[in-house]
Design a protein around this ligand. Structure first.
Ligand SMILES: Cc1cc2nc3c(=O)[nH]c(=O)nc-3n(C[C@H](O)[C@H](O)[C@H](O)COP(=O)(O)OP(=O)(O)OC[C@H]3O[C@@H](n4cnc5c(N)ncnc54)[C@H](O)[C@@H]3O)c2cc1C
Length: 486
């Protein structure tokens, strides 16, 4: 492990994309160096998956996660045949691009390869410790007043050697992700169902549902992807959700339907709020994930409300009570690679003192102001980390933090990212059956194209191309052209 003694040490928990981009920028710092501690046998986070359902974890980190009857900690959330739901331009870090024209929607293996190549390119490997769980993090001086950063006592468990080690770190960045602990909202009479009930975390392969009638609960990336995959094997897939809009806006595979939310469950199916009776064999809860940090001692002061919201996070990143602790990638419904990079750069810039953090009181006041605004709008706490919806809302947050981290000028293509994200989200919810055949092409630094796929059996799908051009004033011009002879 390369840790020169003249530099302060940052513990980075987790070797997923959040951890990797953090380490890359910590290593650029004049004042800090860092180590990623990753419990799995490779980096990549969710993208490290070789068909295995389980992986070893420290027993110190296991618990009855969110009343989950199965052990969420050591079950992978990934599944077979997954390809990204966003094109490569939204799934890469600023200074390390995917291979040109290799794919539009990378497969899980290609994303894993990309992340490993990132680690190699930026020489991160010597500062990564695999097969090791962080099992305890606590402040060296728990009596420090709020707003003051002290050192951290960190205990790790080497899963290969079964050795526990305690070390002192000067700062902590948490990149343990938000897709590990199943989150489930109550459904009336669910316990009466005689078929199988499962959270989407435990979905691994559509073949397990051959010929079955499946109900997916919820409208989000998981139900969109599962509906598509299940449609290839299941007899019928019904997506039940509360939104007025939904996939119906567009094209669905012929054996996929969407209905109102479940009113109640019977022994052999569900009844929707519109009193439609849907017999089914399996109910899959695509109801999202909760947040949990089993390795943080209560003396750290980090809490989680309603399994979904971490209070005292300035800019949804910096822990106000101890500003040398950052938690990344808690926000959702946003393009995560951009989120992770901006938050990591913000966290490192704050540690380095390049970005001056306000006082504890000012940071708390800023957090409270945002919380009050959400309360006023009637947004439940469980949605306070949702920074966007259908591609809208996220960018204001992104560009504000990027500016504070001093990296806004590195996002010259920012308006193209915005347009691309909005376009793809509309395609997912408008043309679910088609969007993964869309092709994204980088014409040059300022111009990107999306060729929209079309199929004759879907009369309202036209062969079209969307051309996006970045303008010097941080806007983009978007042109839609019909492809005459596809
Ligand atoms: C099925 C699925 C599909 C997805 N599809 C997309 C997509 O198409 N596009 C997209 O942008 N995003 C997608 N995501 C979101 C995905 O989570 C992000 O792309 C990205 O992986 C988040 O990175 P992360 O580093 O924050 O968290 P993760 O990838 O979850 O990595 C966290 C890492 O922390 C490690 N860890 C946790 N606790 C400890 C501990 N105590 N000690 C040591 N190590 C620990 C874990 O082992 C893991 O390696 C998908 C997620 C899932 C689950």
């Amino acid at each position: 492990m390369v840790l020169p003694t003249d530099k302060k040490k940052v513990l980075i928990v987790g070797g997923g994309p959040s951890g990797l981009v953090s380490l890359r920028w910590v290593l650029e710092s004049q004042n800090y160096t860092g180590t990623i501690i990753e419990q799995k046998d490779d980096i990549g986070g969710q993208w490290h998956y070789k068909g295995e359902k389980q992986f070893p974890v420290s027993p110190r980190n296991t618990s009855d996660a969110l009343d989950d009857p199965q052990n969420a900690e050591n079950t992978t959330t990934m599944y077979d045949d997954l390809s990204a739901n966003l094109p490569f331009v939204l799934m890469e870090f600023l200074d390390f691009k995917h291979k040109k024209d290799a794919y539009t929607f990378a497969t899980q293996e290609q994303m894993h390869e990309y992340l490993r190549a990132y680690a190699t390119h930026f020489k991160l490997w010597p500062n990564i410790q695999l097969n090791t769980s962080v099992v305890d993090v606590r402040p060296e001086d728990p009596l420090l007043p709020d707003g003051e950063s002290g050192k951290w006592i960190v205990e790790t468990h080497n899963l290969a050697t079964n050795v526990f080690i305690t070390e002192i770190y000067d700062a902590v960045i948490i990149g343990t992700g938000k897709n590990s602990y199943p989150y489930q909202t109550p459904i009336q009479d669910l316990e009466k169902f005689q078929g199988k009930v499962m959270h989407c975390k435990y979905f691994k392969n559509p073949k397990d549902f051959k010929g079955k009638n499946v109900v997916c609960v919820g409208l989000g990336p998981s139900s969109a992807d599962l509906a598509l995959l299940l449609s290839t094997e299941a007899n019928k897939v019904t997506v039940c959700h509360k939104f007025a809009y939904g996939f119906k806006l567009g094209l669905l595979p012929s054996n996929v339907d969407e209905l109102k939310p479940i009113k109640l469950v019977t022994s052999d199916g569900i009844i929707t709020e519109n009193d439609e009776v849907v017999p089914c064999d399996v109910i899959i809860l695509c109801t999202g994930y909760g947040l949990k940090f089993p390795f943080l001692d209560p003396s750290c002061g980090v809490t989680v409300i309603d399994n979904k919201y971490v209070p005292n996070l300035y800019k949804m990143t910096t822990f106000t009570k101890r500003p040398n602790l950052s938690i990344l990638n808690m926000c959702y419904r946003s393009p995560e690679y951009i989120l992770m990079e901006i938050q990591a750069r913000f966290a490192v810039s704050c540690l380095d003192g390049k970005t001056k953090l306000p006082s504890y009181e000012e940071m708390e006041a800023a957090v409270k102001e945002e919380e009050d605004e959400k309360k006023k709008q009637g947004i439940p706490i469980s949605l306070w980390f949702q920074i966007g919806e259908f591609g809208v809302g996220v960018w204001k947050y992104f560009w504000r933090i990027a500016e504070e981290a001093g990296i806004l000028q590195e996002f010259k293509h920012g308006p193209l990212l915005e347009q691309m994200y909005g376009t793809i989200i509309l395609r997912i919810f408008g043309k679910l059956a088609l969007y993964k055949q869309d092709k994204v092409k980088i014409v040059n630094d300022n111009t990107w194209e999306v060729t929209l796929s079309s199929r004759p059996e879907f009369p309202d799908s036209k062969p079209e191309k969307i051309i996006m051009t970045a303008n010097p004033d941080f806007t983009a011009t978007v042109e839609k052209v019909e492809i005459v002879d596809p």
